[in-house]
Design a protein around this ligand. Structure first.
Ligand SMILES: Nc1ncnc2c1ncn2[C@@H]1O[C@H](COP(=O)(O)OP(=O)(O)O)[C@@H](O)[C@H]1O
Ligand code: SF4
Ligand SMILES: [Mg+2]
Length: 424
C-alpha cells in the first residue's frame, strides 16, 4: 500500500459530501490549513482529482485508488513521471534562517473526461537561495513568474513538488503534525489586499488576538496589555480595538494585518506585495513600519513585489524571477549597480528616474511572457532576449557566481568564465 493510500486510510478524515451541485471527497492532511478536496465529481459524473502532486522525483501518486477504484472503477491510466536532478543535502549555516535548494512547485493540468494529468504549470522550477537572520530578501519579477507560489510553498501552504526548505536548520516538509503546530506561528504572511484578508465581522482587537489565544503566546493576565503593545508598535492607537475593518483606510488596514502577524511572535514574515494596493504616499509609511519592526523584533522577511523601487528600499538581497526560475540573485546595492542578466537589465531600464536630465536607455522586451505550462527550451528567456545565442535555445544555462553573493543564470557569463579559464 502506498504512503498516499496509507494516509487516506489511517490518518485522513475522509469526508464525502453530496452537494446540490458537486460531489466532493475531502481529506484533512497535516500540512493543510483546511481539509483538502482530493476529488470533485460534477453532476455529469466528470471526476477531477485535485491532488496529483508528489514530493521528490518519485512517480506521481495518483488520487487515492482505494476510494476511486471502488467508486468509479479504474480511472487513471496516466503514469506521468517527474524526474529531477538530485540536490546535495543542504549544509546548514546557522547565520541563515531560511535555506532553499532546488525548490519546485508544479501544478497539474487536467484534461479529458476523467481529467488525466496532461502536463504541469511549472510555477516554481528549481530555485535556490538563503536568507540570513534579521535581513530582507526581495523577490521581483513580472506577474505570473512564481513569486507568490514561492512564498506559499515556503510556508508549507502547498506540498512541494521537489527540493529542500530548511527553516532554522529544519526541513519544513519533514515536520510532524506536532512540530508543525510549533512552526506555524513562527512564519507568517502579509498579503497584498488587506481588506479581503480581514474578517469584516470581528473588531480589531479580536482580529489581532484570536490566534494569540489559540497558540498561548502570552499568559492570560498579560493578554490585553500585549495586544495594546503590538497595536502601538504598528501605529494603531488603543481606541481602535473595538472598531471594525470597514472603518479604516487601506494603510490602516494593512497595519492591522501586520499587527495580526506580529502578535504571533514570528521569526519570519512573507510579505506578498504588501504595499502594491496602497497609494504611493502610504506605501512609504508601511515600508518604514516593516523596517522599524524588523529592527525592534529582529524579524527576517521575504518581500515579494513587482515594483523594483519598493524592493530597493527594503531589501538587503534581491532575487529576480522569470518563468519559475531565479535568474539573478545578489546583494541589493550590487544588483542595482551591476545588473547582469539581460532580463534584470530590461526590468531596471524601466524604472523611472526622478532627474529629467538623465536619459534612460529603456530596453523594450519583445513578445509576451511564454506560458509556464510550456516554457521555451534551453534558457526560458531566449525568446525575448536581445543577446540570445545558439546555445541558449537548447541548453539550460548554469548558475554562475560573479563574485561574492552575486549569481546569474545565463550562458553569457558561463562562456566568459570558460574563456577566462582557457586564457589563464
Ligand atoms: N493553485 C494554482 N493552480 C494552478 N496554477 C497556479 C496556481 N497558483 C498559481 N498558478 C500559476 O503559477 C504561475 C505563477 O503564479 P504566481 O506564483 O501567482 O505568480 P506571481 O505571484 O509572480 O504573479 C502562474 O502561471 C499561475 O497561473
Ligand atoms: S542564456 Fe542566452 S538567452 Fe538566456 S539570458 Fe543569457 S544570453 Fe539571453
Ligand atoms: Mg503574486
Amino acid at each position: 500500500m502506498s504512503d498516499f493510500e496509507n494516509n487516506v486510510n489511517k490518518e485522513a478524515e475522509v469526508e464525502a459530501t453530496l452537494g446540490a451541485q458537486d460531489f466532493t471527497i475531502q481529506q484533512e492532511v497535516d500540512d493543510a490549513a483546511e481539509a483538502e478536496t482530493v476529488a470533485t465529481v460534477d453532476k455529469g459524473g466528470d471526476a477531477t482529482c485535485a491532488d496529483d502532486q508528489a514530493e521528490g522525483s518519485a512517480a506521481l501518486p495518483r488520487a487515492p485508488k482505494n476510494i476511486f477504484d471502488k467508486v468509479f472503477g479504474k480511472l487513471h491510466k496516466n503514469t506521468a513521471k517527474l524526474e529531477f536532478p538530485q540536490e546535495e543535502p543542504i549544509v546548514h549555516d546557522p547565520d541563515n534562517l531560511l535555506e532553499v535548494r532546488g525548490l519546485r512547485q508544479y501544478f497539474p493540468i487536467k484534461a479529458g473526461f476523467f481529467k488525466h494529468t496532461v502536463g504541469y504549470v511549472r510555477a516554481v522550477d528549481g530555485i535556490s537561495f538563503n536568507i540570513k537572520r534579521g535581513t530582507t530578501m526581495g523577490l521581483v519579477g513580472e506577474s505570473g513568474c512564481g513569486k507568490t507560489t514561492t512564498g506559499r510553498t515556503i510556508l508549507r501552504l502547498y506540498k512541494k513538488t521537489a527540493g529542500q526548505v530548511l527553516f532554522d536548520g529544519e526541513e519544513i516538509f519533514d515536520m510532524s503534525k506536532r512540530e508543525l503546530r510549533h512552526f506555524r506561528p513562527k512564519i507568517q504572511i502579509v498579503f497584498q489586499d488587506p481588506y479581503s484578508s480581514l474578517s469584516p465581522r470581528l473588531p480589531v482587537a479580536e482580529i489581532i488576538g484570536e490566534a494569540v489565544r489559540e497558540h498561548n503566546i502570552v499568559p492570560k493576565d498579560q493578554y490585553e496589555e500585549y495586544i495594546t503593545k503590538i497595536m502601538k508598535d504598528c501605529g494603531l492607537p488603543e481606541y481602535y480595538k473595538e472598531r471594525y475593518p470597514h472603518e479604516f483606510s487601506g494603510g490602516q488596514r494593512q497595519r492591522i494585518c501586520i499587527a495580526r502577524a506580529l502578535a504571533l511572535n514570528p521569526q519570519f514574515i512573507v510579505c506578498d506585495e504588501p504595499v502594491s494596493a496602497l497609494d504611493v504616499s502610504i506605501q512609504a509609511q508601511i515600508i518604514n513600519l516593516f523596517k522599524d519592526l524588523q529592527k525592534q523584533y529582529g524579524l527576517t522577511y521575504l518581500f515579494i513585489s513587482h515594483d523594483l523601487s519598493v524592493v530597493e528600499h527594503i531589501s538587503d538581497t534581491v532575487g529576480v524571477m522569470y518563468l519559475g526560475d531565479l535568474v539573478e540573485y545578489a546583494e541589493t546595492d550590487d544588483l542595482f549597480a551591476h545588473p547582469a542578466h539581460p532580463y534584470t537589465q530590461a526590468l531596471f531600464s524601466a524604472i523611472p528616474v526622478p532627474d529629467p536630465k538623465t536619459k534612460m536607455k529603456r530596453i523594450i522586451l519583445e513578445g509576451s511572457i511564454p506560458s509556464p505550462a510550456n516554457p521555451p527550451t534551453g534558457c526560458k528567456f531566449h525568446t525575448r532576449c536581445s543577446k540570445c545565442m545558439e546555445i541558449c535555445k537548447h541548453r539550460v544555462p548554469p548558475t554562475v557566481n560573479l563574485g561574492g553573493e552575486h549569481y546569474v543564470k545565463c550562458h553569457l557569463y558561463a562562456q566568459e568564465q570558460a574563456d577566462d579559464a582557457d586564457n589563464a
